[in-house]
Every structure is written in C-alpha cells, then in structure tokens.
Design a binder for this molecule. Structure first.
Ligand code: SF4
Ligand code: SF4
Length: 284
C-alpha cells in the first residue's frame, strides 16, 4: 500500500513561517475530529522551525529546519499511550486520538523529536496530523506544503520500497535515524544543520597592497591524506562543508601563483572561519 512521506529541503527554507501560520489557520478554533481538537492560538508549534547559525563573522551561514511530527513507523509515542490513544493509519500517518488521550501527559515526553505539545485547558497531547482530514477529502497537499513559497516542503504518497530508492538516489536523511524510530519525514541538505565547515579567505601582498587571492588552490588534509580541494572565489574565500563536528585535527595547504605554499592546522569542534591566510611578498 502507498503511504505518505514528507520531504523537506533545508537549503530552500527561508524561515518565512508561512507553514507555521497556515497550520495555525487550519487548526486554531477548528476541531477536526476524530483526528484533532482545536490547536491553541499560542504555545504550540506543530510545524516548528529550528534555527542554526554556523561559523564566525564574516564567513557565517544560517539554516532553518522545519520540524513537524515525523509520523514514525516505530513510534515511541504509540508505545507510551494507553488504550490505543495514539495509533498509525494504514497510510502512514500517526494520530493522537483527542478523546482517548485525555489526561495522558506522559505521551508528550515520549517523543524524541519534541513534536508533541500539551494542551493545558483541554488536558490533551497534540501534534501535526499531516492534515489527515484534508488528505481524506482528496487534497494532494497539506496546508503547510501549499503555503510554502520556496518549494522547501513536499509530500509524496508511494510504496515504502519506492521511497527508500528515492531517499538513496537523492541522498535524503532522517532525524535521529540511529534510534530506529523510522521517521516518514525526510530531509534534503541536512548537512546544513547537522554538519560543520572549515572556511577562510586567502590574500596576498603586492607592492604594499593586500588583495584577495582569487583562484588560489586550497587543499584539506587529514592524517596527511588529502580529503578535498577548493579554488577560492573573487573574494579569496573557500569553504569545506559537510564535516563532522568535533572531528579532530585537519591541515589546510594553500597555493597561489608564485607565492610560497602556506600551511594552517586546525582542531575542528564546530564550524570554523580560520580567518585570512596571508601570503606575504617575502614568501615569493
Ligand atoms: S515524531 Fe514524535 S509524535 Fe511523531 S510519530 Fe514520532 S514519536 Fe510520535
Ligand atoms: S513556508 Fe517554506 S520557506 Fe517558509 S518557513 Fe516554512 S518551510 Fe521554510
């Protein structure tokens, strides 16, 4: 049977919050029984946009990770619920029954993704339903997907083996994949959130003037083996992205025209701007 999956492209998210607002528009003051009771106006973020800043000025970037319920196939929230208060539909969507779940606050803490919110007034746990009430009526997109202006969000309904092939082909990742929760939400370019970079600028001195070294060759080495190489842009900047945080020592080697090779050692913990690698005229 075909099941729903969501695909989120981190590179395309601009933190406009249209997805969050369209979710509010759909669910605040609206009961969509049997799938959800109305979402409170404040305090719940069924589509929660997390933010991450990497690097140091001026080589810095910010990424945004929209984070809804993952609709896990091996969902801890289902195991934590009593009386079948949380269940999985045959199309993959995980639903918290707003009647059966009343008073079951422990369901909130069972989610490793922080995707469940407690409604103090109604005494129920609540979360994203993947707009199940709309998909049941034949809608092909959830409200958040429909509202996203950049195409960062999409949903696809396909067989699990087809989805696995798509994920492999397009290098899609899942959050906390090693926990075995089997999320149905997939991320493109998750490295922008989970990995780090080494960046810097190369400059040279000529007749007493310091200039950007456009076209300099920079190599990244680890344990004396070359990992990657980059050519600096018009500003003399380079960037090696997708490295593991806290992954130890690296060496940068820089070449530019007739200037002598320069070596910089770094100990990588988080994304790092090594600053300006200056090739002075004395090194000609
Ligand atoms: S993300 Fe959390 S709430 Fe959603 S199915 Fe998985 S465990 Fe349950
Ligand atoms: S609507 Fe799209 S671009 Fe805007 S915050 Fe949501 S996912 Fe990001």
């Amino acid at each position: 049977m075909k099941k729903w999956n969501m695909i989120i492209d981190i590179e395309k998210c601009e933190d406009c919050n249209n997805c969050f607002l369209s979710c509010k528009d759909e669910h605040v003051e609206n009961d969509w029984l049997p799938y959800s009771a109305a979402q409170p106006r404040h305090g719940q973020r069924w589509m929660n946009i997390m933010r991450k800043e990497r690097g140091q000025y001026p080589l810095i970037d910010v990424a945004y990770r929209p984070t809804p319920c993952m609709h896990c196939d091996n969902a801890p929230c289902i195991k934590a619920a009593k009386d079948g208060a949380v269940y999985k539909r045959s199309d993959g969507i995980v639903i918290i029954d707003p009647v059966k779940a009343r008073g079951q606050r422990s369901i909130v803490g069972a989610c490793p993704y922080g995707a469940i919110w407690w409604n103090e007034e109604k005494e129920i746990p609540q979360k994203c339903t993947l707009c199940a009430h709309l998909l049941d009526q034949g809608w092909e997109k959830t409200r958040c997907v429909q509202a996203c202006p950049t195409g960062a969000l999409s949903i696809v309904k396909m067989h699990d083996n087809e989805m696995a092939e798509l994920a492999k082909r397009e290098k899609l990742d899942r959050l906390l994949d090693d926990m075995g929760t089997l999320p149905r939400v997939w991320y493109r370019n998750l490295y922008r959130f989970e990995k780090c970079f080494i960046a810097g600028s190369v400059a040279y001195e000529h007749d007493g003037i310091t200039a950007c070294a456009k076209g300099a060759l920079v190599r990244l080495l680890k344990d004396a083996s070359m990992l990657r190489e980059a050519v600096t842009d018009s500003f003399g900047d380079f960037k090696f992205d997708g490295l593991d945080e806290d992954s130890g020592r690296y060496t940068l080697k820089t070449w530019f025209g007739e200037y002598k090779e320069k070596t910089v050692d770094v100990d990588l913990k988080l994304s790092l701007n090594v600053g300006v690698i200056r090739l002075s005229s004395q090194e000609k």
